[in-house]
Write a protein that binds this ligand. Structure first.
Ligand code: S3P
Length: 170
């Protein structure tokens, strides 16, 4: 299938790295949250408020089955909870973008669109709860990853270069 599936916690930079990778490779890129939003014609935040998290997780599951069957040679960036899909490893090479929680929050807060970035993520509204979620997920992310990229103190360009170099070796 030759897909790259980009996982990692909310705000770690999956979208930014994906955009940089496609500038420097022949990959096409898609994003699971974007696909879900267009399928539902609603923002993720609205899906959570109108239909609840379980409904959203169901959409992620349907999408994972579709990706496995239909998508090839593509860089797939995912929402932070998408890694739970049982067929993840069948979709592609799993690349984790990894950073400490504090760094991730700092990165979001320093962004010119910080308020929008925080507001659009229902699971980042309460930072104490988000830290608990991070602690729970991080070992699971690491266990699933074929490739880990520590994004701390690296530019988006450096992360993209490292990703492409490591993927080539697999
Ligand atoms: C989620 C992460 C979000 C989005 C949804 C749930 C999660 O995507 O899918 O709000 O469970 O971590 P990002 O990782 O792009 O913020």
């Amino acid at each position: 299938m030759n897909n790259i599936i980009l996982i990692g916690f909310m705000g770690v930079g999956k979208g930014s790295v994906a955009r940089e990778v496609i500038k420097n490779s022949n990959y096409m890129a898609i994003d699971t949250d974007d696909l879900i939003e267009s399928m539902e014609n609603k923002k993720i935040k609205e899906i959570f408020t109108d239909n609840g998290e379980q409904y959203f997780r169901g959409l992620e599951k349907d999408l994972s089955a579709w990706l496995e069957l239909n998508v090839k040679n593509t860089l797939i960036s995912t929402g932070g909870g998408f890694y739970k899909q049982k067929n993840l490893k069948k979709i592609g090479t799993v690349v984790l973008l990894d950073a400490p929680f504090d760094r991730i929050i700092k990165r979001i807060k320093n962004h010119p669109n910080a308020i929008r970035k925080l507001k659009k993520r229902p699971l980042l509204q309460d930072l104490e709860e988000a830290k608990k979620l991070y602690d729970l997920r991080r070992p699971e992310y690491l266990a699933l990853a074929d490739i880990v990229i520590d994004v701390t103190k690296k530019t988006i360009e450096e992360c993209s270069r490292e990703l492409l170099k490591k993927v080539k070796k697999i």
